[in-house]
Design a binder for this molecule. Structure first.
Ligand SMILES: [Zn+2]
Length: 285
């Protein structure tokens, strides 16, 4: 691909377009995808040092509470809503390996990334069900979804105390995360997602469609916190525009990418009446 970046870009565009149209449900009649009914999205493309492309994506889900405070109040007053919300999180975010899977071991003479370099499993094959869970784990273990500490984990710590670093508690990515037997809301009514593998980043996989179809790192996080959402907006806006612009221009540029009807396209459609667009659940705290 390094010798033909145009082919790489065209393949990336095809994969991402199908991801939106089919897996997220944008072009399906029901508009229902693996996350539910997607109300809108905002995405930016980033090139890695070697030139391969990847996507950072914010997604609005239909029916999400207007703010984290609203969500907490509704959970407090509506046990049925709380139960459904817990089940929904369990369905879309997984921090555990499939139960029947075993650690991935690359066959002698094969690259560690062989699962990533291979074609996806054929869902019509007779052994698909038998192979799916193990292939899912193999992808997780060869796409960077399993965190391994390295120097960047501790780069903000003063050099003079590096000898005292405990990788399991000082990693700036806060991994490994604490284990949790089941998804629940803690005493502060903050979400704790079931976690059996502390070093595994969140990904989408109980119905492992995204990971299995794309065959790549599909790290997925919920942003039911105003401060987290704002951080993500700022992070992605930095990709969208140049840092030397004024802050007002930065956010105007970002805002202008948001099109009406609650949909947000990938830096394409910029015209339209923004009146009535609902930022609730994303921008509020
Ligand atoms: Zn780390």
């Amino acid at each position: 691909m390094a010798e033909n970046p145009v082919a790489g870009a065209e393949f990336f565009h095809l994969m991402i377009t199908k991801f939106f149209d089919i897996i997220l449900g944008a072009k399906r009649a029901s508009k229902i995808g693996i996350l539910g009914n997607v109300k809108g999205w905002y995405a930016v493309v980033e090139a890695q040092v070697r030139g391969s492309l990847h996507l950072h994506l914010l997604i609005w889900i239909e029916g999400a509470p207007a703010s984290p405070l609203d969500m907490k109040e509704r959970m407090n007053s509506d046990p049925d809503f709380k139960q459904k919300l817990t089940e929904w999180y369990d369905d879309i975010i997984c921090q555990s390996f499939p139960k029947t899977s075993v650690p991935y071991v690359a066959a002698e003479g094969t690259p560690k990334q062989l699962p990533v370099l291979s074609r996806p499993l054929d869902p019509n094959s007779t052994d698909y069900d038998e192979k799916r869970d193990q292939h899912h784990r193999d992808l997780c273990e060869s796409t960077g979804l399993v965190h391994e500490h390295n120097a960047t984990c501790f780069k903000h710590m003063p050099r003079r105390i590096h000898s005292l670093v405990d990788p399991e508690s000082d990693c700036r990515f806060e991994l490994p995360r604490p284990l949790a037997a089941e998804t629940h809301f803690d005493d502060d009514r903050d979400l704790v997602i079931r976690c059996e593998t502390g070093h595994l980043n969140g990904h989408n996989p109980t119905n492992p469609t995204a990971t299995l179809c794309l065959g790549c790192n599909t790290d997925l996080k919920q942003t039911a916190s105003g401060s987290v959402a704002m951080t993500m907006v700022e992070y992605m806006a930095n990709y969208t525009i140049k840092l030397q612009l004024d802050t007002s221009v930065v956010f105007s540029a970002w805002f202008y990418d948001v099109i009406p009807e609650g949909h947000v396209e990938i830096l394409t459609q910029r015209d339209g009446d923004l009146e009535g667009f609902d930022f609730n659940g994303f921008m509020t705290d």
